[in-house]
Design a protein around this ligand. Structure first.
Ligand SMILES: NC(=O)c1ccc[n+]([C@@H]2O[C@H](COP(=O)([O-])OP(=O)(O)OC[C@H]3O[C@@H](n4cnc5c(N)ncnc54)[C@H](OP(=O)(O)O)[C@@H]3O)[C@@H](O)[C@H]2O)c1
Length: 211
């Protein structure tokens, strides 16, 4: 697929390399393409452009920007991404520091960031994914406990099927938790995932759903 990744940070870079590894064509969209010059030189298959260029290029979009910037970035990408599946990998992390290793969010348990974004951009087919694991473990991670589970949600079944196929390539089992409201539960998994990191510098783990 042609994948347009919005963002230039650790998540955007890891996912861009992962999509290339699995044979997809990738364009990253950033406000400042120049800051990716060194990275782009080492990852020559990835094109770098503006947010709107990456959105227009995409068959599948990936939102990988700071949570507080997500609305603004999606606004800039909305025309190009209209009607397309878009992975929302963001978390609504507040600027306040963690307390006892527990991150603060700027959302409440009654409304997730993804629901807000979906309401603001009804033409985009958002799918929450990749938010509940660290960037270093996103692409074909290996754990002693076996294949990890990625919790996803979204209002569009076809978009979720597209993302589930990508997650299968990236080495994940998929647990579809239903509509966008499920992001109220999936986004805070990021808080739980980060606690061992902040408390014990342990950043190598993932969730698994057992039945
Ligand atoms: N780091 C992880 O391991 C991890 C894991 C799971 C989920 N996440 C989530 O994934 C997202 C990306 O995380 P990250 O660690 O890669 O990077 P980040 O530092 O959270 O975000 C960096 C990106 O945000 C954009 N950005 C920041 N402020 C902006 C503003 N005012 N307006 C427009 N764009 C702005 C930047 O875009 P420009 O390129 O235009 O400067 C940059 O690409 C976050 O929502 C994070 O919570 C992170």
């Amino acid at each position: 697929m042609k994948v347009g990744i919005l963002g230039s940070g650790g998540v955007a870079q890891v996912l861009a390399a992962g999509f290339v590894k699995h044979g997809h064509r990738v364009m990253m969209g950033t406000r400042t393409p120049a800051k990716l010059a060194d990275w782009a030189a080492r990852n020559a298959q990835v094109r770098v452009g503006s947010v709107s260029e990456a959105a227009a290029f995409a068959e599948l979009g990936v939102l990988a920007v700071k949570g507080s910037a997500a609305s603004e970035v999606l606004r800039a990408a909305a025309v190009g991404l209209a009607g397309k599946p878009v992975i929302d990998a963001t978390n609504p992390i507040a600027d306040a520091p963690p307390v006892s290793g527990v991150l603060k969010f700027f959302t409440s348990l009654d409304e997730s960031a993804m629901e807000r974004l979906q309401r603001e951009q009804p033409k985009l087919r958002l799918v929450k994914a990749f938010n509940s694991v660290g960037a270093a473990c996103m692409v074909n991670p290996e754990f002693k406990g076996g294949k990890p589970t990625m919790f996803i949600c979204g209002n569009d079944q076809a978009a979720k099927s597209t993302v589930a196929a990508i997650l299968d390539q990236f080495g994940w089992e998929v647990a579809d938790m239903g509509a966008a409201e499920a992001a109220r539960a999936i986004e805070p998994l990021c808080i739980l995932w980060c606690i061992p990191g902040f408390l014990h510098n342990d950043w190598r783990h993932a969730f698994k759903l057992l039945a």
